[in-house]
Design a protein around this ligand. Structure first.
Ligand code: ADP
Ligand code: MG
Length: 557
């Protein structure tokens, strides 16, 4: 066994095997690993390969020193692969920066970690689909009862509601072969409504709908309506869905466990002035898949990366043990499954990579213990994660020293769009980074601090991209199609400058070269998707309006 010894600095000698040095060089190109985490992975996989003994503290300072041992298979002996390693980075970076990177160490995940995330998620999906094990899975995999993807030949005029995102919208959608014509209005949902009584929320929705119908002169028609309701929904049919639990900052009383379509219909009949045929309820992942599937038949996954995260995919009906077999709906061979993967980790599956900042986010949320995966990778939480790391760095005197940083101690002070802005600068340039710190009221921030800030943002967004890649890989492996297009919607994915590349390259690594996959950005999946579900359901028996009306015309040609 070849050993290499070198002095990191006077008095700190590092002794290391050739093998370990090669390993470390590879890791350095990509990510860093903590010995503690590797130990966790091996033990969780039930084949304990290495026996690490770490004496450094987890978190801010990383491992101060460690002896790393590996048992040699079949030889019954233990060998040391490295001794007394503080850091293997050469002295290219200053002490403060080294401490910054050390403090972020727990946010760094590597291929081993995401491989384990992927395997566990796949396992949870299988359990979620299985009647017997459904209760033991955090990933519920609800059947949507949408059994057909659009063909591109759908026709008709439809209303759509979109609730569950940043805005509530009512839309009028005219579909014909090759085009969509959409008109929509945005309505605000006050915090009072988000946290108040459910009836008030649905009365508000019905009142917005009534205003829209008057505004667009639709009073004489009974148009089919698709309701995009982007919260975990237990569906018993296409137009029946019970809210499993509120997420993303909503917490209205009296809705969890209730049929949301029924609540909407009740609110409509309380008004007595609306003729609406609520024919389908879906969530935004299904809408996204439908809207891209309209153009691209290879679309088989819908992914949301916005305020929250979720994914749906096309599954063989025969593999869905939780399905209510309703003869009316026919027995197509495929069905869209709404995974609700945001809840992955709620049963502890992600504890091995969660950091104290993730725990803090969870504790401060409206739904502690719930939506653990979502809280690590979506727009509502990523900025807040960066803020919490920054708070610790400020406390340790590693960043923004001699500045008034009080603004950063307020929850929500660092929105996720700041990550996109900061990471959009070319490396070594800080124009947008300076704008961000300026918005936060900090001036004369040095480049070292701007670079450290970028480093934190990158740790958070790369981890999110990696975890999302693990999720997609789990779905692609589950479906076992050799070529898949993933339909994606959501501002995080749309506006973050590197999310797409990080996620795509990671899926390619995890899947190997035998699988091809591509990403297709959805144009307003929540709105169009609702209309398309209604259209597929109605079988194209509603005639569209002539094209020469005003509105946002989207051609596919
Ligand atoms: P929703 O998911 O609510 O339907 P969006 O897809 O627009 O709506 O996502 C909104 C979320 O996206 C917000 O939580 C916000 O944090 C995040 N977001 C908005 N703009 C950006 C941006 N430029 N970069 C990254 N994230 C963003
Ligand atoms: Mg949305």
């Amino acid at each position: 066994m070849g050993l290499l010894a070198y002095f990191k600095k006077p008095g700190e000698m590092v002794l290391i095997t050739n093998e370990r040095m090669n390993e470390m060089m590879e890791e350095r190109m990509d990510t860093e690993r903590t010995d503690e985490r590797l130990d966790t992975i091996s033990s969780l996989q039930g084949e304990k390969k290495c026996n690490n003994e770490t004496t450094g503290r987890k978190g801010s300072a990383g491992n101060k020193w460690s002896i790393r041992r590996e048992s040699v298979p079949g030889e019954g002996r233990v060998r040391c692969t490295s001794i007394s390693m503080k850091t293997y980075k050469p002295h290219l970076i200053c002490e403060t920066r080294r401490k910054v990177e050390d403090l972020c160490r727990d946010l760094v995940v590597n291929n081993d970690h995401i491989h384990l995330v992927e395997m566990r998620l796949r396992d949870s999906i299988s359990k979620g689909l299985d009647k017997e094990h459904h209760d033991q899975s955090s990933v519920k995999c609800y059947p949507t009862y949408v059994r057909k993807l659009p063909t591109g030949r759908e026709k008709g005029r439809f209303l759509a509601l979109d609730l569950g995102g940043t805005n509530f919208r009512v839309l009028l959608i005219n579909i014909s072969e090759g085009y969509f014509l959409m008109e929509s209005e945005i309505y605000s949902i006050s915090e009072e409504l988000m946290l108040g009584k459910g009836d008030n929320l649905f009365d508000h929705i019905a009142s917005c709908l009534a205003g829209f119908i008057v505004q667009y002169n639709l009073g004489d028609l009974t148009l089919p309506l698709g309701f995009t309701f982007s919260f975990p929904l237990i569906q018993d049919g296409l137009a029946q869905g019970r809210l499993a639990q509120w997420t993303k900052g909503f917490k209205c009383a009296g809705v969890e466990g209730e049929d949301v379509v029924h609540l909407l219909k009740e609110a409509i009949s309380r008004r007595g002035d609306l003729k609406i045929d609520v024919c389908a309820i879906l969530n935004d992942t299904t809408g996204t898949l439908m809207s891209c599937g309209w153009k691209e038949p290879k679309c088989r996954i819908g992914l949301i990366l916005g305020t929250g995260t979720n994914a749906c995919y096309l599954e063989k009906e025969s593999k869905v043990g939780t399905l209510n077999h309703d003869p009316e709906q026919g027995s197509g061979s495929d069905i869209i499954i709404n995974t609700e993967w945001g809840a992955f980790g709620d049963y502890g599956e992600l504890d091995f990579i969660r950091t104290k900042w993730d725990e803090e986010i969870d504790e401060q949320s409206l739904n502690p213990g719930k939506q653990i995966f979502e809280k690590m990778i979506s727009g509502m939480y990523m900025g807040e994660l960066v803020r919490l790391v920054l708070e610790d760095m400020i406390e340790e005197g590693l960043i923004f020293t001699n500045q008034d940083t009080s603004v950063l101690s307020q929850k929500g002070a660092f929105p996720t769009r700041f990550l996109s802005q900061i990471e959009a600068d070319a490396v070594g340039h800080y124009d947008r980074g300076r704008e961000v710190v300026g918005e936060l009221g900090l001036s004369d921030v040095c480049e070292a601090d701007l670079s450290a800030l970028r480093y934190i943002c990158e740790c958070v967004s790369r981890r999110a991209g990696f975890m999302c890649a693990a999720g997609l890989t789990a779905l692609i492996k589950k479906m076992d199609y050799k070529e898949v297009v993933v339909a994606v919607d959501g501002s995080l994915f749309r506006y973050h400058p590197h999310f797409r590349n990080v996620m795509k390259s990671r899926v390619a690594q995890l899947m190997g070269i035998d699988y091809k996959f591509d990403i297709m950005m959805s144009e307003d999946g929540s709105g169009r998707g609702a209309a398309l579900v209604a259209a597929v359901l109605k079988g194209g028996d509603i005639q569209p309006e002539p094209v020469n009306q005003k509105g946002d015309l989207c051609s596919i040609m």
